[in-house]
Design a protein around this ligand. Structure first.
Ligand SMILES: [Zn+2]
Length: 282
């Protein structure tokens, strides 16, 4: 059996249910609780998803890795999260400051996991495709586009989010024709729109969610019959008690086929993917 994983960042279970997004809900659907993670942060959660390991083991702590020299990295993160001043500087601005100092900064990558001797779900596949998977194949390019757009104001930023999304869909479409056995594509439209509009402009949220629902429908139309189609999120989205958009601990999942298995936590997926892929080759 092949597996296609549509990784929808920040997809909120309650909204999928409320808006009856049937292509996202699929045969089996539900949510897992990720509140046991000290930091509900995208790259940390996806690193756990693809390795099946907790943050202490995979070592991803942030959107950025400062250098291949781990003591500089550790020192940086210590300062980043302990210092009251630096704590409140947005990641993209901090990245600029670090670049200004001439230090090498990049998103965490596949090689960081390999250095720790960790296997990912992609190591269990013979012909894997990984589009923009955080902590694995995500590049700094998109983030540079976002950062530049953000400087131009909120509308420019929002336009860039949609442009990036379109580009990703084109890449998914290009690579779907390859002979793959594991395909994982990450899209951050719902998460980005959530940070901007959750609780403020639900029409914009609905637009993003229906776009993803439609994407799931279109992909399913062209997938080979023996494909397990998994839609999964790293966390959900809500509004904090003081009224700001924030990550929620409800991480969505759904499967097009009932394999008799349900995840209980984000660490469970890697083993399950491995088992399904092995069954195929047995
Ligand atoms: Zn996320």
């Amino acid at each position: 059996m092949r597996i296609f994983i549509l990784a929808v960042d920040g997809l909120e279970y309650d909204l999928v249910k409320k808006w009856h997004l049937s292509n996202l809900k699929q045969e089996v659907f539900g949510w897992i609780d990720v509140s046991s993670f000290r930091k509900i942060l995208t790259p940390i959660l996806w690193a756990s998803f693809i390795t099946g390991k907790p943050p202490e083991t995979h070592g991803v702590t942030s959107w950025w890795t400062l250098s291949s020299i781990s003591w500089i990295d550790r020192l940086f993160h210590l300062v980043r999260y302990r210092s009251p001043v630096i704590k409140h500087i947005p990641d993209w601005r901090l990245r600029k400051m670090v670049e200004f100092l001439g230090l090498d900064i990049r998103p965490p990558q596949k090689s960081d996991l390999q250095e720790r001797g960790l296997l990912t779900i992609f190591d269990c596949a013979s012909r894997p495709v990984a589009i923009d998977v955080p902590s694995y194949s995500e590049t700094a390019d998109t983030r540079a586009l976002y950062a530049r757009a953000m400087e131009g104001g909120i509308m420019k930023y929002e336009n860039e989010i949609w442009r990036v999304h379109k580009r990703r869909i084109e890449e998914i479409w290009d690579k779907l024709n390859l002979d793959w056995d594991l395909f994982m594509a990450w899209v951050d439209l719902c998460d980005q729109m959530g940070h901007m509009w959750m609780g403020k402009n639900m029409l914009k949220m609905l637009k993003a969610y229906t776009r993803i629902d439609r994407l799931a429908y279109r992909i399913k139309q062209v997938l080979p019959n023996d494909t397990l189609f998994v839609i999964v999120s790293d966390h959900g989205f809500g509004v904090s008690p003081d009224g700001y958009p924030c990550h929620s601990s409800r991480a969505f999942y759904s499967f097009n086929t009932d394999m008799g298995w349900r995840p209980e936590g984000i660490l469970d997926y890697a083993g399950f993917v491995r088992e399904v892929l092995l069954k195929k080759s047995a």
